[in-house]
Design a protein around this ligand. Structure first.
Ligand SMILES: [Zn+2]
Length: 101
């Protein structure tokens, strides 16, 4: 709670280590398509599918809104290690965990 928010269930999100490290106390980031600062995706407020989709091979998260694109960049959602992991997980049927979130 680096910005002073309350430690309540409604205010917390589960995140992997990588996302948490890149997120830090960011609440906005720049949409690479428009250059506009927009709010980062907040999983408690809007569904994932309103801002993202999977690439056809399920290795990349594709931002489909300004918030989605900004979040993909700010949280490095497609860094090389995770893309390779998703490729392997997809091959054995472990990924994506839910195909239509
Ligand atoms: Zn993550």
């Amino acid at each position: 709670m680096s910005l002073g928010g309350q430690t309540t269930r409604e205010n917390l999100c589960v995140a992997c280590h990588s996302c948490n490290e890149f997120k830090r106390d960011l609440t906005v980031a720049t949409d690479p398509d428009t250059g506009t600062d927009v709010p980062l995706f907040h999983p408690n407020r809007t569904p994932w599918r309103d801002h993202f989709r999977w690439s056809d091979d399920f290795t990349h998260v594709v931002g489909t809104s300004a918030t989605g694109r900004a979040t993909v960049g700010a949280l490095h959602l497609n860094h090389d290690d995770i893309v390779e992991a998703r490729r392997r997980w997809t091959l054995v049927g472990w990924y994506p965990p839910v195909r239509d979130l």
